[in-house]
Design a protein around this ligand. Structure first.
Ligand code: FES
Length: 156
């Protein structure tokens, strides 16, 4: 909880900076675990109920773990008819997870979305901020290998 204390201290524990504090904490953990929220409530003299009310009000706060890499598959109509379900199925198979979930190693979170507004490129998979158009089952492997390779490079 050292990081949490550090972040709260950065804002002098000011309650009017609660959103910024929560954003910084989320940037640190990638989500807001319950034990962290309990600590924040205690340190800032708020009840957990009050704090949870704030957290659930803003869609940007995550109460479920999120992987380091977010993969979003567009399941809008245009992408759907061009094969998005097959791409999603392949991702679920390769990641051994399902849409809406995070891999146990917390490396990937798989999500779906309804139309990204770039239908001509469909089916689209977004990795982080990068759009990958005309996705196929075959391209899924290459995409995941690329991430895994960069992760291995980063840990060496
Ligand atoms: S349906 Fe996928 S971008 Fe529009």
């Amino acid at each position: 909880m050292e990081k949490v204390d550090e972040i709260i201290a950065r804002y002098n524990g000011d309650r009017s900076a609660l959103i910024s504090i929560l954003q910084d904490i989320q940037a640190e953990y990638n989500w807001l675990p319950r034990e962290v929220l309990t600590e924040v409530a205690k340190k800032m003299g708020l009840s957990l109920t009050e704090l949870c009310g704030t957290v659930t009000f803003y869609r940007s706060f995550r109460l479920k773990p999120r992987g380091k890499h977010l993969i979003t598959v567009c399941m809008g109509t245009a992408c759907h008819v061009r094969g998005a379900p097959r791409v999603l199925e392949e991702l679920e198979k390769k990641l051994k997870t399902s849409a809406g979930a995070t891999t146990p190693d917390r490396l990937f979170t798989l999500e779906t979305v309804r139309c990204l507004g770039a239908c001509a490129l469909g089916p689209i998979v977004v990795l982080g901020d990068e759009y990958h158009g005309q996705m196929t089952k075959a391209k899924v492997d290459a995409l995941l290998s690329e991430v895994r390779q960069s992760e291995r490079g980063a840990s060496q």
